[in-house]
Structure formats: C-alpha cells, structure tokens
Design a protein around this ligand. Sequence first.
Ligand code: ARE
Ligand code: CA
Length: 489
Amino acid sequence: MRRLRAAAAFVAAAVVLAGLAGCAGTSAQPKAAASHPPVIGGVGVEMFQRPWTSIGAECGSTLGPAGFSWVLTSPPQEHITGSQWWTSYQPVSYAVDSKLGTEEQFADMVTACKAAGVRVVADAVINHMTAQGAGTGFAGTAFTKYAYPGLYTPKDFHHCALTPDGSIQDYTSRAQVQTCELVGLADLDTGSAHVRTTIAGYLKHLLGLGVAGFRIDAAKHMAAKDVAAIVKLLPAGTPVISEVIRGSGEAVQPEEYTRIGQVFEFQYARELGPQLKAGVLMDPTRIDEVPSKDAAVFVDNHDTERGDASVTYRDGSLYLMANALMLADDYGTPVIYSGYAFSDPDAGAPQGPDGRVIGWDCAGTTAPKATYADGEGVCTEAWKSIAGMIEWRTAAASAPREPGVSQGAAYGFERKGKAVIAANPGSKPETLSVPTSLKDGAYCDVIADGPSMKGCAGGATVLVSDGMARFELDAGQTAAIHIGAEPHN
Ligand code: ARE
Ligand code: CA
C-alpha cells in the first residue's frame, strides 16, 4: 500500500514537472477548451429581396410579435443594374445604396427592428465583385471587371490559370474552388492584407449601422483561414454564418468553417424534404451534418427554392409541415424563408421605374395560399402556424427530443414533458397517439390557431389522456401542442 502511494506520488510529481516544462514553453501543454464562436441563436427569417422599408415595418407588425430573434436581409451594397434578383450578388462598391434602399433606410430598418426585439443580419458578398467587363453600378459607380474605384485594382484579384476561362469547373479541386471564378465573378484575393482590410471596413460600416452579424456568402470559395482573418478584424463576438454548401466528394467541406461561426447545414433539408414528398417521416439520422450548435438550418432558401429543394412555397401544407417540424426539432438554429412567387427563376421582385424594389407587406396573410401570382410575397413569417411553433419551441426549450412514433403516414414526437407535434404527409386521414408526460387535458393546437398562451383562439384542441396525445389528422395536416397552451375554462 505504502509503496503504491509512493509510486503514485512519483507519477504526480512527474506530471507537475511536465506541466512546469510546458509553462516554460518546451513541451505542449493541454490548452483550455476553445470557446465556441458566437452564435446568433433563436429563430431567424431570411427576407429575400425585401426592401429595407418593408422589413422595418414587418419587424414591428409581425416579426417581433411572432418571436423571431433575427432577420437575414439580402445584400445591402451597390450592385450591377438589372431586373434579375441576382444583381444583388455582384457588388460594384460597398456603398449601402441598392435596389433595396438607401443607407438611411437601412439604418431606419435596423432601428425599427431593434425596437421590436429583432436583430438584423446582413448578407455579406465578399468573395467576389462582378462578372461584367465594364459598367455603371446601381448607385452610379463606374467600374470594370477588375477595377473598382477606391476599392480594388487588378492586383487585388485572383487570376486563376487552372481552367481555360478562369472559372471553377471542378469542385474536387480546392485550388479551383477557392481561387478561380465562381460563375465568372471576379475573385478577390482574400489572402491579401489590403483586400481583407477593405472587406472588414465594409462590414464594420454595417456594424456601425447596427447590424448584429453576417451571412458570409460563398464562404466555400474563400480559404477558411481567409474568412477567419477577416472576421478577426471585426469586434470580438460578431456572429457569422458561413454559406458552405455541403457536396459529397468535394474538396472544401463545412466543418472547416465552424471555428469561425455557424454554417448553413444544407444536409438537413435534403433529409427532411424527400421524406415529406414520399409521405414517410422518420427520426433524423444526422449523418453528414455538423454538430447542432454549429448549424443554421432551413427548409429552403433563395437558391434552393430555384434549385433542388424538395419542398417550397408551392407545396402549401407540406411546406408548412416542413417548417413546423424544423421548428420542433432540437437541431441547429432554424431559419424560416420568405420570398416571392416566380415562374422565371431569374425574375427579380417587382421594381419601380427607378429600379428600386417596390416591396410588400403581409397584412391579412395568416396561412399558406393555394396559388400565388408571380411576384407576390409568400409572407411565411406572417403565418399564424409559424408564430405558434415559435411559441412551441420556446416552451420545449432544451427538453430532449423523444423517439418518434408512426401510424400509417402520420408521425409525431415529444420534446420530453413540454411539447408534442404530429404530422400527416400522406393522402388519407390518420389517427396517431404520441406518448407524452404532459398531464391529462385538452391542449390548444398552435398550428391551427397560432400562439395560445392566452387560450385557444380558434378552439382547435388535442386531448391528452393516459400518457398519450391523441391526434386526428387530415391528409397534409400538422398539429402541435405544448405545456403552456391549455384552453382557458
Ligand atoms: C449570374 C447568372 C450566371 C452568370 C453570373 C455572372 O445566373 O449565369 O454566369 O451571373 O454573370 C447568385 C445566383 C447566380 C448569379 C450570381 C451572380 O445564384 O445565378 O449568377 O448570383 O449574380 C455555388 C456556390 C454557392 C452559391 C451557388 C449559387 O458554392 O456559394 O453556387 N450561392 C451563393 C448565393 C447565390 C449567389 C452567389 C453565391 C454568388 O446564395 O445566390 O449567386 O454571390 C453544388 C456545389 C455548390 C454550388 C452549387 C451550384 O451544390 O456543392 O457549392 O454552389 O453546386 O453550382
Ligand atoms: Ca475565392
């Protein structure tokens, strides 16, 4: 015994000595766990191609009352002219003057949103400038593809010689992805100190106007160390969400960027959407997804609704279902998407003769519509089911997600002791009992009636008895109850 103790003391002394040696810098010391980069958190909404005046009004009338924490705007900087929405993604200067509004309107929006408890996250297009040989930008700035007055000259760009036309062709080549041109867009040399400080200057200007953080557009196309170096020039604690579309077999993967902030995890919608379309919901696998704290998730965004999204505003109740299931989930920071209807994927939001987007409000919208006219706002943020699910999510808080149960096409799960959701993506009615530890009684359906802390506005209820929440679901119906949503007697 004594001997053993002596041996243990010797080992302890050796550890202390090794530690001291570490302090002297001669050997590696265990480092304190790196703190997680700042996360914006709560529920966000991407308000695509919405003018600043519209967003400012919507913050007070809809986003704040519904409980959204933040709104993601389209890019605010000067861009090439044209009717297409994607002109916003070809910066000409960093003047905050665009088809979506002036700098003054932008600042007013931030003020209005802050007053409503909603933070503003701006889409930062910093990988590239334009793809045009020459032109004049929306705010009157004359430019050529590799020269932007007061900002960049040709030496500030990568001029990639890896492909015949300098455009990215092969996503398995890191060098191509990060130093060639994304669809022909002049690619900034983000390794250069001048480019980094110029970009950071723009982002700091937006922070000065009150924005809370950034979406980093096309982050995949900048080395993670370049993005990190730019973010490091911003005040500590600035949250960013990098757009790094996960692609199997590609050279650049989202995991490289999670030390800088969150990433948009595209895999989430790729798993959920097809299940809804097939009418077979199951528990998530989380295969090929970053850890929850690193993920911003969405059902669709402005690219995927024009691309490979399985479920979009065109799917009505299934789209609502997808968003409700995402809000009910215990994975990632959810981002609702709100754009406008379109037939032509290039078509911009309706513009006035001055080229400014006219904008829209969502007064009178409470649910998905069966059809939309081209250019009409979808107004997802105004659906009472979304506000109801934000309330549900708050009630669920950190309660774990219990395994799901199915009956026919119907599927449901509990967030332990706090909230239950059930959805029927099938084509015929289903009855589903979901195990729950909520106490017996009738609970308001926050999908049918919206937030219910003050009682069931529309009278739709779900009964809980004997440890089961008993759902009667029509084809395409979603229903959700939570611990705070009991009808007033
Ligand atoms: C437009 C025209 C092009 C033209 C170009 C230059 O559409 O035909 O060549 O202008 O004149 C948006 C539009 C583009 C538009 C561009 C510039 O979507 O159509 O081009 O603005 O105006 C990759 C990137 C990813 C990127 C997508 C679109 O990795 O970062 O492509 N997404 C962001 C934004 C877009 C935006 C840009 C970047 C550019 O969200 O809205 O483009 O600022 C696989 C890969 C992905 C790849 C995807 C599509 O999934 O894994 O990495 O995404 O294929 O190629
Ligand atoms: Ca690049």
